[in-house]
Design a protein around this ligand. Structure first.
Ligand code: UDP
Ligand code: MG
Length: 139
């Protein structure tokens, strides 16, 4: 079934000027872009987006990083979008990610790992709604 996931090109991706390289890999993996923009999250917006990780030891570092510069949220569509996208980006820690994945190719560390991907259809819907209104999703 064709469905949706949310990607974010994280602030390290933007700082390194790797947006084009990463978007190419995403498009080569068969994803269609429904919506995309560049924004800078405030610390409290980053805390809201990652609320599920509140209380984890990396929460403060993660939300400081995600609000440290502009990022690029992208709503994507493909069949089996969530699982296929997570396969395309690879494991959270780039050292553990399969060769050829986005994180293995472009990321420096488990914290600064270039790209976010939703982990379920339910969270994809919530996360897309965090950044985009329905009328901005153009298929
Ligand atoms: N993270 C981290 N240290 C960890 C685990 C996660 O810095 O030990 C950061 C990393 O940027 C990761 C994000 O927190 O992408 C969200 O963690 P999650 O476990 O959801 O990983 P993901 O779904 O992004 O692969
Ligand atoms: Mg996650």
């Amino acid at each position: 079934m064709s469905n949706r996931t949310l990607a974010i090109l994280k602030p390290d991706c933007v700082r390194k000027n790797f947006q084009g390289k990463v978007l190419s890999k995403i498009q080569e993996a068969g994803f269609k872009v429904l919506a995309m923009k560049q924004i800078r999250l405030t610390k409290s917006q980053a805390e809201g987006f990652y609320a599920v990780h509140k209380g984890r030891p990396f929460f403060a570092e993660l939300t400081a990083f995600m609000s440290s510069g502009p990022c690029v949220p992208i709503a994507l569509e493909r069949n089996d979008a969530v699982a296929t996208f997570r396969k395309t980006i690879g494991a959270t820690d780039p050292a553990e990610a399969e060769p050829g994945t986005v994180r293995r190719e472009f990321a420096d560390s488990k914290g600064e790992n270039i790209v976010h991907g939703s982990d379920s259809d339910e969270n994809a819907k919530i996360e897309i709604g965090f950044f985009f209104s329905d009328s901005e999703l153009l298929g």
